[in-house]
Design a protein around this ligand. Structure first.
Ligand code: SF4
Length: 349
């Protein structure tokens, strides 16, 4: 691991960072999040020697397994680049568009599916880029919702984030702004009163967070989520189904029931994308279906997320249970929203 320091980055004093020369996905973790690793003898790095991987460490500690890229994997598994209508704006779905405002994160998740962009050095959105985005949105009224993402948009200082939101509002006062961030989970001190009141003032806004394990739901996380909710910003959560982290019904039941108790709606449980070097994290679709079957018997509809898959080749997001057409020896075959069939590999469990 090559240690580098992103000096001048906001919050850099809170972060440990470096770059994995093989995958080019940076290494980075907030001191807060690495502090959640249990001190109980579980091996943070690898399950190879018979010890269990710590579910927190497994999400940010790079391993050798990432260097094994399957032929069907890609740095852009859901086809962002194909739908990039102007630099940093991905318009894939009819009424919403994704704006990549910043390429930095407080934790670089080893399962990240946006590794073609995340931490690659494009940094923050520039003024000319934002103007081009605004021109597109002005001419495309069908877009009702803009997802502020990256990277993590909350790695921007408040002033810069608010300036982006204000510019979008100026051109389209009707837009719903969705802030997609891991900050409440990985650096809850970032969720200040000034931040949430500034977001609320620029609403309507939603926040979508990314929690994968009940150990992430600390008192600091709960306080951060409640700060957002108290300002009138609804919060929902997306979880990625990750082998060795949360691939069992007990863990996910604990996660989803705790989230819903504090007012955070479990929204999606994602089947792993075919991101380069992430096969060790993926469960099979049949394992995911079995977990959902158990969860359905234990959780209310409010606490039960949709088990979803972003189809390979930019096929779009589908609910696994209703879109699965059949199993072939080497692939699950799904019906895409466009009526075409899409194949997702049947890897060994
Ligand atoms: S916070 Fe999101 S964008 Fe950043 S590394 Fe994790 S999954 Fe990727």
């Amino acid at each position: 691991m090559e240690r580098v320091s992103f000096t001048g980055e906001p919050f850099s004093q809170e972060l440990e960072q470096g770059v994995d020369p093989a995958t080019r996905l940076p290494y980075g973790v907030s001191r807060y999040y690495s502090g959640l690793v249990a001190d109980n003898g579980e091996n943070p790095q690898s399950a190879a020697n018979g010890t269990r991987r710590d579910p927190i460490a497994a999400q940010y500690v790079p391993t050798e397994a990432e260097h094994h890229v399957r032929p069907y994997e890609d740095a852009d598994p859901i086809g962002d680049r194909r739908y990039m209508v102007v630099p940093r704006l991905v318009h894939h779905y009819h009424d919403r568009a994704l704006l990549l405002v910043n390429d930095r994160c407080a934790v670089y998740c080893r399962h990240c599916f946006r590794r073609h962009f995340t931490g690659h050095g494009s940094g923050r959105i520039t003024k000319p880029e934002l103007e081009a985005v605004c021109r597109y949105l002005e001419l495309t009224p069908q877009v009702r919702e803009v997802l502020l993402s990256g990277g993590d948009p909350l790695m921007l200082p408040d002033r810069e984030l608010f300036a982006v939101m204000d510019r979008l509002r100026l051109v389209r006062s009707d837009l719903l702004l969705r802030v997609c961030t891991r900050m409440p989970v990985v650096l809850p001190s970032r969720i200040t009163d000034e931040l949430v009141s500034g977001l609320a003032a620029r609403g309507p806004a939603w926040m979508v967070i990314h929690a994968n394990h009940p150990r992430e739901l600390t008192d600091a996380f709960v306080a951060a989520a409640q700060r957002v909710l108290r300002c009138g910003i609804p919060v929902s959560n997306q979880t990625v189904l990750l082998r060795g982290v949360n691939d069992n019904a007990d863990t996910l039941e604990a996660l989803f029931s705790a989230l819903v108790r504090i007012g955070v709606r479990p929204y999606y449980l994602f089947q792993g994308d075919l991101a380069a070097g992430t096969a060790h994290f993926r469960t099979t679709v049949d394992e995911g279906l079995e977990i959902m079957r158990i969860l359905r018997s234990r959780l209310s509809g409010l606490a039960l997320p949709i088990y979803a898959l972003d189809l390979p080749d930019g096929g779009g997001k589908v609910p696994v249970e209703s879109a699965l057409l059949r199993r072939e020896p080497d692939a699950y075959v799904f019906a895409g929203p466009d009526g075409r069939e899409y194949r997702y590999p049947r890897e060994k469990a």
